[in-house]
Write a protein that binds this ligand. Structure first.
Ligand code: MF3
Ligand code: CO
Length: 254
């Protein structure tokens, strides 16, 4: 069932999203060689607390972890880790490609967003990967208008990424969002135009292309949570929470 949000509910989502913007800004400021991913997680949670919000991710069930719940505020995935990286004492190095995924919960509503940062001087391929991933999000979001279907968003993302010579994860997708972090409908990053649910004013979606430099084949790491590329090549990810309006979609977390 797809929840259509009222203007009142969208206003509450904007408040969660405004805190998200502060969190992402703080993380961007702190990312540098020598810091740990745990430190970034600490910063994210600190900004949430200062703004009366809670991390959406804490307490989330980890499906392939035997029902164990997640205990951090962010997922931080480095290089060949594409998503669900667990903050740790890992130290960031020059050139690392760092994807930070954040969920903010306040007043009963979630905002979900993420960015990929390059530490210091990145390789040309890393820079291209990050910019293609970001641009793919905007290709997708340009199709998020009433009357279109979910498949129009998916197809725009897929077409753009594959044209650039990169690939998308098939096993993970974007999602509806609101009172729950994951609501209907799913928003795949691969799909056909004209397929899937019809888009309507008041739908809130988290759109999140997850892009691999090489093959999109993945495996679950020893921690039973982090998703990595089998070929060990780089990955990038970019996510915002958006709302469908009468006209252009509103990107709440940007
Ligand atoms: N933000 C992720 C998503 O977009 C979920 C993070 S998994 C969690 O679906 F366990 F950390 F919550
Ligand atoms: Co998400």
């Amino acid at each position: 069932m797809i929840n259509i949000k009222s203007e009142k509910e969208i206003e509450l989502m904007r408040q969660s999203a405004d805190i998200m913007k502060k969190v992402l800004k703080a993380i961007e400021k702190e990312i540098k060689e020598g810091i740990t991913t745990s430190y970034l997680d600490y910063i994210a949670e600190k900004v949430m607390k200062e703004n009366g919000a809670k991390p959406s991710f804490r307490g989330e069930e980890c499906p392939y972890r035997g029902g164990k719940t997640y205990s951090h505020a962010t997922c931080i995935s480095v290089n060949d880790e594409i998503i669900h990286g667990i903050p740790s004492s890992r130290t960031l190095k020059n050139g690392d490609v760092v994807s930070v995924d954040v969920g903010v919960y306040k007043n009963g509503f979630h905002a979900d967003a993420g960015r990929t940062f390059i530490v210091g001087e990145g390789s040309d391929i890393a820079k291209k990967l990050v910019s293609v991933t970001e641009a793919a999000f905007f290709e997708g979001v340009s199709k998020a208008v009433p009357g279109n279907r979910i498949g129009d968003i998916s197809n725009a993302i897929q077409t753009y990424v594959e044209k650039a010579g990169f690939n998308l994860l098939r096993e993970f997708q974007g999602h509806g969002i609101g009172r729950e972090m994951h609501e209907d409908p799913g928003v795949p990053n691969i799909g056909k135009k004209g397929r899937g649910e019809r888009l309507e004013k008041g739908m809130a979606l988290a759109i999140e292309p997850m892009v691999t430099e090489g093959s999109p084949d993945i495996y679950v790491a020893k921690d039973k949570w982090t998703i990595k590329t089998k070929d060990g090549k780089l990955t990038a990810y970019y996510e915002n929470t958006i709302v469908i309006t009468d006209g252009e979609p509103e990107i709440l977390t940007l």
